[in-house]
Design a protein. Structure first.
Lengths: 164, 386, 104
């Protein structure tokens, strides 16, 4: 139980750091802490495979992309200029509190049954489900990934003809 | 023979039994893991120190000179002297550097490299943490190390460091893809991601069931080895460190213990990737006469020796050559390898051998002709000052 | 670890979602807005995994959904950041208020 609160505190600190910090690289590093915290929650909940996939994809690839984007759109060496918080921060704070309130009351008023599955889901069951039951979404997602990859490269590519 | 083979396992069980008498039983799993962790924490830096010694001696001999031979017999105390030197150096932090990130970067590089050791099967029944997803854990944790290198380069506030860090990041993420793809046939054939079960699946018939002795195994092993040399930033892929190029790349501004940590992370990574290569393709701890952990050590040190050999032999690859090699050659080759592995599984011997070997050969020849890696050589045009 | 009730995980996911929402609404830099979106998607994935452990008909559904969620979020952030880089080249700024050429 203590574990849960410790990890929860770390994860929430990571999320807060990612949204509130002034230095952009520090934001990205707090985001990495957040992703690692979520991965530990997946392990707590018995989803080891998803935890490893989370670390591989989010920390290994998405965080790298975010860091590259920060680097390519800022002054590279020198002060990372402070992109501060906007003027409408009180409205946003109120909206956020309202969201937490609504979700919290929905959670606490719901009666959940006490069923819980002990043990972990093996990789084989996930693999079986992916290619037998969920084969169509699997193929569609692979097409989506191919399209996203090609699209991202085409959009971010420099205009070769302009340089001449 | 059984005793020597299971020496470390029996040692750990003896420690657990003697502490059973005076510890409450809730602490026993923690003590068990603590013993494994202590063993790794003692073994890993010691290995790293003597790997540096081995590297200096071997490269020196290849360059027709002696290595360090003054500090002890054959220079065996040299790593200790190096350690003392690094500990007593002044810790310089550049003026405009980001202090927090500059401090955290060496730590963030070493921790994933040490975590990698927890899923390696050091012997029969000697995996520190027998995870069901061991291989995926290894790959996921090693991809965290790439970010830490970027952190190190960024925090130094130095154009050369940043350049080295960006190039390191680009290199490491582009070589991760063929690395993972070259491991996929092994997982396909074994049906599990657990490193212990992969080693056990290569047992039998005097070593001919190692995955190295299958057509897709050879190609897979070569791709895995090349990608792992690139992942740990060793020559011929050591653009990030580029000892003769951009001062020292991303660890220019680090001195003393922090540099020692970066250095340690590189060697620990080299050892861990060689150990994984030995596990996946060379049959782990399988072997006839010697104890299992000795076989594992021999195979791993052989692969590390090949890495050191490569360092002494090849010149450095240029950054664009490096990237085009990964994306235009290794990645399609790894995909053809998966196809060949599937063919090998479903046909029967000897047709499987012939068809899959020919698929691989056709793929290799086609890729080396078609993939336009590198610039074309043109006739030189001389321009004189008029 | 079975002693942690489901509501704890759901509350945590709700708090993280709200933090991500705050980040999207308030920050000026487009990259941080995308980071906020990632935080929201991760908290939704946490919900799925929590339910798959506690309260689902088939054990594997929640985790498969999460796997697809992670994949789609990664694809989305890749395209989003490519767009950010292209916009930066054009408009030379990455502040959300400044990029308003489509405004009527």
């Amino acid at each position: 139980m203590l574990f849960f609160y410790l990890l929860a505190t770390l994860t929430v600190l990571g999320a807060l750091g990612a949204t509130l910090m002034k230095n952009l690289i520090h934001c990205a590093l707090c985001l990495i802490l957040f992703f690692l915290g979520i991965a530990t929650f997946y392990i707590l909940l018995g989803a080891e495979f998803i935890a490893a996939v989370q670390i591989l994809i989010y920390v290994g690839a998405v965080a790298t992309l975010v860091l590259f984007a920060i680097m390519l759109t800022q002054n590279v060496v020198g002060e990372t200029t402070l992109k501060g918080l906007g003027q409408n921060r009180w409205w946003a704070l109120g909206l956020t509190a309202a969201v937490i309130g609504i979700l919290g009351s929905a959670i606490h008023h719901q009666r959940f049954s006490a069923a819980s599955y002990a043990g972990r889901l093996t990789t084989q069951e996930i693999g079986q489900a992916l290619v037998v039951v969920y084969a169509l979404p699997f193929e569609v997602v692979s097409l989506l990934l191919t399209g996203a990859m090609i699209g991202a490269i085409v959009i971010a590519m420099e205009d070769r003809k302009k340089k001449q | 023979m059984e005793l020597i083979d299971q020496l470390f396992v029996l040692l750990k069980q003896a420690i657990l039994k003697t502490s059973e008498s005076f510890l409450p039983p809730v602490f026993l799993p923690f003590l068990s893991i603590l013993i494994s962790i202590t063993a790794i924490a003692l073994f890993a830096p010691l290995t790293m120190m003597y790997l540096t010694w081995l590297e200096r001696k071997v490269i020196a001999r290849m360059q027709n000179r002696f290595g360090p031979n003054r500090v002890g017999i054959y220079g065996l105390l040299q790593p200790i002297a190096d350690g003392i030197k690094m500990l007593t150096k002044e810790d310089v932090v550049p003026l405009g550097a980001d202090r927090v990130v500059h401090f955290l970067a060496p730590v963030a590089v070493v921790v994933p490299s040490l975590l990698l050791f927890s899923v390696l099967p050091f012997g029969r029944g000697m995996t520190a943490v027998n995870l069901d997803i061991g291989l995926l854990f290894f790959i996921a944790v090693s991809s965290i190390g790439t970010l830490a290198i970027f952190m190190g380069g960024w925090a130094s506030r130095n154009k050369f460091s940043l350049l080295g860090a960006m190039r390191a990041l680009a290199q490491m993420i582009s070589y991760e893809v063929p690395l993972v793809l070259s491991v996929v046939p092994v997982v396909m054939m074994t049906g599990t991601l657990s490193t212990q079960k992969i080693v056990e699946a290569q047992a039998g018939w005097r070593g001919f069931h190692w995955y190295l002795f299958t057509p897709w195994g050879v190609v897979g092993f070569l791709i895995f080895f090349i990608c792992s040399v690139s992942e740990v930033n060793r020559t011929p892929f050591d653009i990030p460190e580029g000892e003769s190029e951009i001062v020292a790349g991303f660890h220019t501004e680090y001195s003393g213990m922090k540099f020692a940590l970066f250095y340690m992370a590189e060697f620990l990574g080299a050892f861990a990737y060689s150990a994984l290569g030995a596990t996946l393709f060379l049959g782990g701890w399988q072997g006839p006469l010697l104890p299992s952990w000795l076989w594992f050590g021999l195979k791993t040190f052989f692969l590390v020796f090949v890495m050191i050999w490569l360092r002494g032999t090849f010149p450095r690859l240029r950054v664009d050559q490096l990237m085009s090699y990964a994306w235009k050659f290794l990645l399609p080759m790894a995909l053809v390898n998966i196809l060949a592995a599937g063919i090998w599984h479903y046909l029967s011997f000897p047709l499987s051998l012939i068809v899959s070997a020919s698929v691989l050969l056709i793929g290799f020849i086609a890729l080396s002709r078609l993939a336009p890696t590198g610039t074309r050589l043109e006739k030189r045009v001389y321009r004189y000052a008029e | 670890m079975n002693t942690i009730p489901l509501t704890h995980f759901l509350m945590l996911a709700a708090v993280l979602f709200a933090i991500g929402l705050y980040g999207v609404l308030v920050r000026k830099n487009v990259v941080i807005v995308l980071m906020g979106i990632e935080i929201m998607m991760n908290s939704a994935n946490l919900n799925f995994i929590a339910f798959s452990k506690f309260y689902s008909a088939s054990r594997v559904t929640g985790q498969i959904f999460t796997l697809f969620g992670i994949t789609i979020a990664a694809a989305e952030v890749a395209v989003g950041l490519a767009l950010v880089i292209a916009i930066f080249r054009q408009a030379k700024t990455v502040e959300v208020q400044e990029i308003d050429t489509l405004k009527g």
